[in-house]
Design a protein. Structure first.
Length: 191
């Protein structure tokens, strides 16, 4: 006997849970918890993060004229080390606040104040969470640990980098076995 209904593949939107409903909520504080992983960052094409284990808490205060959103983000993400290109886990801790006002249309008044239509019933926080996390990534990404962070880098890569290192004297001329690139060109010209 064949089934009457064929199985239909279900496509879930991983960002749907970040579309917070505020219509019908009582005035006061409302608390939300989210566990974020790789699927969140896969939704953003240009994300630097591909692996993550993050706990995101949202405290929403609803008043008669606005919403105040307090974001607390804690966890870790995988990044590439700037020194050796190895992968490491970077801790992330972020606290941010947004003010949502009601008006005639949707626009950003400032980077912390958003105006949405009075007819809106939901507010999608996914883009803001994504930006808060990326803004809290360190500008210089290095393996964590102790005074000598290089000790945690890939020793083979560091060895190769040291071989290619060019040292200079007080006048800025190369010292050691490596020749100045102009000197190499002069020898080519002579030959």
């Amino acid at each position: 006997m064949q089934p009457l209904l064929k199985s239909i593949p279900v496509i879930l939107d991983p960002l749907k849970k970040y579309n917070i409903s505020f219509a019908g909520l009582s005035l006061g504080n409302h608390h939300y918890h989210f566990d974020m992983d790789d699927s969140f960052f896969e939704c953003f094409e240009k994300s630097e993060i591909r692996e993550a284990r993050i706990r995101f808490e949202l405290l929403m205060e609803k008043t008669g004229s606005m919403l105040v959103l307090d974001f607390n983000i804690c966890g870790k993400v995988k990044l590439f080390c700037d020194r050796c290109s190895g992968v490491y886990w970077q801790d992330i801790n972020s606290s941010d606040r947004l003010f949502i006002k009601f008006g005639d249309s949707h626009y950003e008044q400032t980077d912390k104040i958003i105006v949405i239509s009075q007819n809106e019933t939901h507010f999608d926080v996914s883009q803001y969470v994504y930006e808060f996390i990326h803004l809290n990534l360190p500008s210089r990404r290095l393996h964590p640990g102790g005074k000598r962070k290089a000790d945690n880098c890939d020793p083979e890569v560091l060895k190769k980098l040291n071989e290619l290192l060019v040292t200079t004297d007080k006048q800025g001329k190369p010292v050691g076995g490596v020749k100045d690139h102009w000197e190499v060109l002069r020898t080519l010209k002579k030959n």
